[in-house]
Design a protein around this ligand. Sequence first.
Ligand code: NAD
Length: 469
Amino acid sequence: MRVCVIGTGYVGLVTGASLAHAGHHVICVDNNEAKVKLMQSGQSPIFEPGLSDIMQSAIQAKRLEFTTDLAAGVAHGQVLFIAVGTPALPNGESDTRYVEAVARGIGSNLSGGYKVIVNKSTVPIGSGDWVRMIVLDGVAERQKSEAQPILAGVSGDKGITTTALVGEYDFDVVSNPEFLREGSAVYDTFNPDRIVLGSSSDRAIALMQELYAPIVSRQFAEDPSAPTVPVLVTDISSAEMIKYAANAFLATKISFINEVANICDRVGADVMQVAKGIGLDSRIGSKFLQPGLGWGGSCFPKDVSALIHTADDYGYESQLLKAAVSVNQRQRLIVIEKLQQVLKILKGKTVGLLGLTFKPDTDDLRDAPALSMIENLVRLGAKVKAYDPIISQSGMRHGLSDVIVETDAERLADGCDALVLVTEWQQFQTLDFGKMATLMHSPILIDGRNFLDCSALEAAGFRCVGIGR
Ligand code: NAD
């Protein structure tokens, strides 16, 4: 099938490369010329395990192309994915200006033949009809400029439909939210828990089912004999809501265990044992019960804020989600408080951060807890150093200021008054903590993820402080 993916970030590039790997002919469009040049040369602009391999093999098979030319992508694709960013505005609302620009661009370049326009970006509830409207605006603007007659709009049962015919143009809008996790995005694309398709058009759903058939049948899955992937077909608004509700639930679950951890700290219980004890209950499950310094990244904060904002817009105060956010904000200060308890005055002290990215196996720093930690430590007069396996090697410093990025863990430890484990990179388990302890002013380690073995650290000469234990 011919596919166009617009926006080649963590979602768009992984989607495009995976669909090409699965046998489709994909053109990826991005308006960032430097990024497109890099991808044309077979290189991935992001760090994502397995991505470069599938990109290179699909490029060689001539099933994956990259361009800045939206018109060429739109002309090529039977299915057009919108996968641009939807960051948060200062008031928490989702900033949909990039989606709007792409939808308008699709409209003004739409050529003949039926097409399905897919919202892969996480967009506010109601965006399906809104995207359809913007695409039609784009078509109308082009036709106006070409001074051609327009036959616009087709009414459905509620006076509105996702199918639109403007002259010879015929398209539907589908919501297909993405659930991949950065750090395992390629794996998640080929091994999804479910695929959600929101549309009222049988024709569009049939095309999407055909597109995803190789993934649904587990052709590229780790276990090809696993049951087929459940495909949930819903109306557009429900599909859009599923994405927000899933992220809001996971963020709330983390805030919940962090709240329990803080109570454990006070009463002398061990949150790790508590998490295990409740996680074994099949109604609760053990995932997302890892206490730490709070959730971050490019999705949870903005998606929870956007859902709270949508609820507000419709006259409902989302008290539970607001509490999850405020627990998370407080959690980011817990490590600072722990540092103050052991070091007393932070002014003039040197603190080393192990890890910068918001989670392991990614280079993404968007809304990483490390960033607010750096800001708070600097505000309190501390000097901050950091070592991150990806950021330190790649030279990616975007969004980083007030921190000295060291090239290895021992340089990081050198002269530090305390270390804080911020990101649970697997390689941190095997660092030479004995040597690092000898390089520090005072060998103190705050384990912000309860990831390291505290007794082994103590044997190596460290004073080790965890969260909720
Ligand atoms: P990103 O910021 O990494 O990538 C967005 C890309 O779109 C960039 O390469 C940018 O250059 C490009 N772009 C912007 N405007 C464009 C335009 N007019 N034409 C062509 N390209 C344009 O974003 P992301 O992290 O991949 O997220 C994309 C969407 O997917 C967001 O809505 C996000 O909420 C959602 N999502 C993200 C994840 C994740 O883990 N990152 C997971 C699920 C859903």
